[in-house]
Design a protein around this ligand. Sequence first.
Ligand code: COA
Length: 195
Amino acid sequence: MSGSAPRPPSINIRAATGDDLDAIESLARRATRDLLGPFLSASQRKASMAFTPLDPWLIEDRTYYVVEIDGVIRASGGWSHRAPMIHVPDMDQEQEPPEMEGAASIRAMYTDPAFARRGLGQMLLGFCEMSARLSGHHQLQLIATPVGERLYERCGYTRVGATKLKVPQGVTILVTRMEKVLTAKPEAIRSKAAC
Ligand SMILES: CC(C)(COP(=O)(O)OP(=O)(O)OC[C@H]1O[C@@H](n2cnc3c(N)ncnc32)[C@H](O)[C@@H]1OP(=O)(O)O)[C@@H](O)C(=O)NCCC(=O)NCCS
């Protein structure tokens, strides 16, 4: 065999830990600036860079994942069974947040701009959906940024409403509430199998 074929990258998906927080924060800043930025006005762009730290309960619950390519984190994202769907940094972190009613949510998806539009977001979203399904969830909801909406629409999420998200400096960003039914409930699958 000739040695000219490109070497395939080493790809690793794993649950994030506290040790990954600096790398995730750097990734989130770059993704927000370069991938969300083009969808925003100048004032929205500036305000969106006032970074909100990652919800620590995502790490605590082991439902936040990183994708490493050749040992470097190139994408991150996760899901949660807890309310609210958007991280409120001022919330008392000692107090365990309540369960969401009726569904789980997709949270904090980021791709390294140098790896954008290569399927990492789509792949990680599918991974989160599988993890949520294995945990017994049948439906996912989310609040999508304008660029996130493109990804989620492509992955079968439907729009259920729009809302204005308050970001710092008195600025708002129009975000979209979306949802996806993952699978029929187990009773429905059983009754189908019986036919
Ligand atoms: C949203 C995000 C995670 C997508 O990551 P990604 O790895 O580039 O996404 P993928 O390569 O899997 O894209 C899959 C599909 O989504 C759609 N899509 C993704 N980014 C898009 C963009 N900038 N413009 C238009 N469509 C886009 C396309 O249909 C794309 O398929 P295609 O490339 O074959 O046309 C990334 O843009 C990001 O980090 N954005 C900034 C942070 C953010 O807003 N996150 C969403 C929170 S709700």
